[in-house]
Design a protein. Sequence first.
Length: 167
Amino acid sequence: MTRILYLFLAVLGLSGCGNSSSPADSAPPPSQSVISEQESSQSQDNSSSQEEPMLKITVGDQELLAPFADNSSAEAFRDLLAQGPVTISMDDYGGFEKVGSLGTTLTRNDTRITTQPGDVILYQGNQITIYYGTNTWNFTRLAKINDSTDLQAKLGTGTVQVTFSLA
């Protein structure tokens, strides 16, 4: 019995002789922490300054901005506009939208949605619509106008020339 007690005390005594570091020793010096926080802050600032391009829609003297949707159709439209502005003759349809032929076909990502004023929609892959009212159908959203206040008035009546470009 005495042997077990001596063995236990020996093991306990040796465990205190190890080369372990205290938690305070493992923390980086304060100067390194400050530098790391500054670098992290700067990298966040740089990423926010590299924002995605916006869609700019020009109708007469009105300029409307719209962030692009997150789908391959919007990406294809953005790529098309990177080659230069596209002007489309657009007409009122159904009392809730302006519609015009894009002159090319883009990939469709149709889903059943109810449009809202300000939605920029790809219809049948080759037509662009700007909604100032609502409609439910299978569409692909390309973008959403930031400020759709008085959108029907901003778009005008009858046939209008609408220029799409990157902002």
